[in-house]
Design a protein around this ligand. Structure first.
Ligand code: SF4
Length: 384
């Protein structure tokens, strides 16, 4: 059986205006303490993946490219030492384009990183400045070239649509630019303005306007059409790749595979029904894992057991995001009856497809996927 390891790196050089993820702007001393703590956690928790082969390791953040390469190497060494890692494992690091110099790219390759996911977000300088990103468009292009020249051929970039200052023509130019680059994978997400972010405050003050629903739909539709024409496979609602370059790691989240999450704020899943969420507080995390682990303030994580209904809902929310859809054989007889009954109106309207073995979203259904998934969630009051 397979497993994955996720390492949460909670450092950013500065905060982006739309971001609600946990991260901190801090110096090297804290990064060294963090590295020791992650190594200790890896050694202690490796038994959770005993008997399994780790097929992917993913450094996510935060901004993992803000961690010195030596620290990345030490964390990787401890994972290789404690887990059974496949010789051909997908090892991804999320990076910010302005961190990726030729030397940094070569150093990443030399420590075993074979896939890089970069938060480009846009190739338009004004758009990037409007969300307080550190890089500009030409740095993003250079970063892709530096990785490629260093021998990291599996490059993914992120683009966001619906950003302030970004109209349909600018987003079209973003997609066109992405297609010209030697990337293998592209993720694209609609901007979501979360409460508590600087962007939310600007919206409240009337300084920016959210893109209309119609604009979001046009942008997403254009994204799908252009990437399809360029030979990318649309394998998950927000993810596209060259054939054979689906993200193995993210596939694990969508398919309910086991993974071990290390670092403050990291999540884990046992592949059955138990989730673990590490506490976000970096100091608490470091103290716990670098001390004798006897703290007065309890453990730096919480455990959650999913009940049968929650497991069903989880399958609806994750499997249906993927091109393959949800296999009926994954469900109990009662769940299959429930799904087929609630899905029927959408099958009739052409938003869902049922081939007798799997239920999947059609291209038409993707545009209303949130509404469809909400309707398919388990409702105990619904009598079959
Ligand atoms: S670099 Fe990434 S994690 Fe850090 S603030 Fe920006 S979007 Fe958030």
């Amino acid at each position: 059986m397979n497993s994955s390891v996720y390492v949460h790196v909670p450092f950013c050089a500065r905060r982006c205006d739309y971001c609600s993820f946990y991260s901190t702007v801090s110096g090297n001393e804290l990064k060294t303490a963090y590295t020791h703590a992650v190594m200790a956690e890896a050694a202690c928790r490796a038994s959770e993946a005993q008997g399994r082969t780790v097929r992917s390791i993913y450094f996510g953040g935060g901004t993992p490219s803000q961690l010195p390469v030596n620290d990345i190497a030490r964390i990787l060494e401890s994972i290789f030492m404690n887990f059974s890692v496949h010789h051909d494992a997908e090892i991804t690091l999320e990076a910010n384009p302005d961190d990726v110099s030729p030397a940094f790219a070569a150093a990443l390759r030399s420590v075993g990183i074979n896939r890089v996911s970069m938060g480009v977000q846009s190739f338009h300088d004004e758009v990037l400045a409007s969300i307080n990103r550190r890089h500009n468009a030409s740095e993003a292009v250079s970063a892709v070239e530096n990785l490629y020249n260093a021998g990291i051929g599996n490059i993914s970039i992120d683009l966001i649509y619906g950003l302030p200052q970004q109209n349909l023509a600018i987003f079209e130019a973003d997609i066109d630019k992405a297609i010209t680059l030697p990337i293998r994978h592209l993720s694209s997400y609609a901007l979501s303005i979360e409460e508590g972010t600087p962007l939310f405050l600007r919206k409240q003050k009337g300084k920016i306007r959210e893109a209309s629903e119609e604009t979001f739909v046009k942008m997403y539709s254009m994204l799908c059409d252009k990437l399809d024409a360029a030979g990318f496979l649309h394998y998950e609602i927000s993810n596209f790749c060259r054939p054979g370059y689906e993200s193995y790691h993210n596939g694990g989240y969508w398919n309910g595979r086991q993974y071990v999450g290390l670092g403050p704020g990291a999540h884990s899943y046992d592949g059955v029904r138990t989730r673990r969420s590490n506490d976000c507080n970096l100091q608490f995390y470091n103290r716990f894992w670098t001390s004798s682990r006897q703290t007065d303030n309890g453990k730096p994580y919480e455990i959650e057991e999913l009940n049968t209904m929650e497991l069903y809902d989880e399958k609806i929310m994750t499997r249906l995001r993927c091109r393959e859809g949800l296999a009926l054989e994954e469900l109990t007889y009662e769940e299959q009856r429930y799904l087929l009954r609630t899905a029927q109106p959408y099958i009739q309207s052409g938003d869902l497809q049922n081939d007798g073995k799997r239920i999947r979203l059609t291209r038409k259904g993707i545009f209303i996927s949130d509404a469809i998934m909400a309707e398919l969630m388990w409702d105990s009051n619904l009598i079959l």
